[in-house]
Design a protein around this ligand. Structure first.
Ligand code: IMP
Ligand code: MG
Length: 189
């Protein structure tokens, strides 16, 4: 297993990261998700709404592999203000610019942890009378089960560790790593 050591990040400097999901594993799974979505949405033109900033790489790779036509838009919310703890509330930082009324919407997220963000986003989009709203998340943490939020498409179920890379950040760093890495279980905050 590949490991790396955190550099130039104050208190986190020296912490060990382990590669959890490789680039090849990510891309193989995204192809499967894209095939499924292309089949499910055949003959329709969904709007993919990426949740900024974490979903940008996933949205781009997924959209390029779809065989149907689609449109792209973005929404930005915050639930993790900094560090690795969720604040428990969700704030809208940037709204979509498209009109979703009577359209098929697919929300694209990097990871579902507690499920609060996902639930907030789905309710928010349903307010504008879309034809349908579905949810695709590359990663799913086990805590989500508590909230009973069900994503329609999930890439990987992961254990409850703090993850970075492929869009996921710790204080805005590590998003540009092409694969997904986990902090050690006994990570100090
Ligand atoms: P939730 O509202 O608790 O489901 O949190 C979802 C959001 O928290 C995601 O959109 C991520 O931005 C962030 N998040 C959750 N788990 C992780 C993680 O392990 N690494 C980085 N960000 C995470
Ligand atoms: Mg996010």
């Amino acid at each position: 297993m590949r490991t790396r050591t955190v550099k130039n990040m104050g208190n986190y400097t020296g912490q060990k990261l382990e590669e959890l999901i490789t680039e090849v594993q990510i891309q193989t799974r995204i192809q499967e998700l894209a095939d499924q979505i292309s089949k499910d949405y055949a003959g329709r033109v969904p709007i993919l709404i990426g949740v900024l900033n974490g979903s940008v790489f996933f949205l781009a790779d997924l959209a390029k592999r779809l065989e149907i036509e689609c449109e792209l838009d973005f929404i930005k919310v915050s639930s993790y203000h900094s560090g690795t703890q969720s604040s428990g509330t969700v704030r809208l930082l940037k709204d979509i610019s498209c009109i979703v009324t009577d359209r098929d919407v697919i929300i694209v997220e990097d990871i579902i942890d507690s499920g609060l963000t996902a639930r907030f986003l789905k309710h928010r989009l349903l307010e504008n009378s879309p034809n349908s709203v579905s949810f695709v998340s590359l990663l799913l943490k086990p805590d989500c089960l508590k909230l009973e939020f069900e994503a329609d498409y999930v890439g990987f179920e992961v254990e409850d560790r703090f993850l970075v890379g492929y869009g996921l950040d710790l204080d805005q760093k590590f998003r540009n790593l092409p694969s997904i890495w986990a902090f050690s279980k006994d990570m100090k905050l």
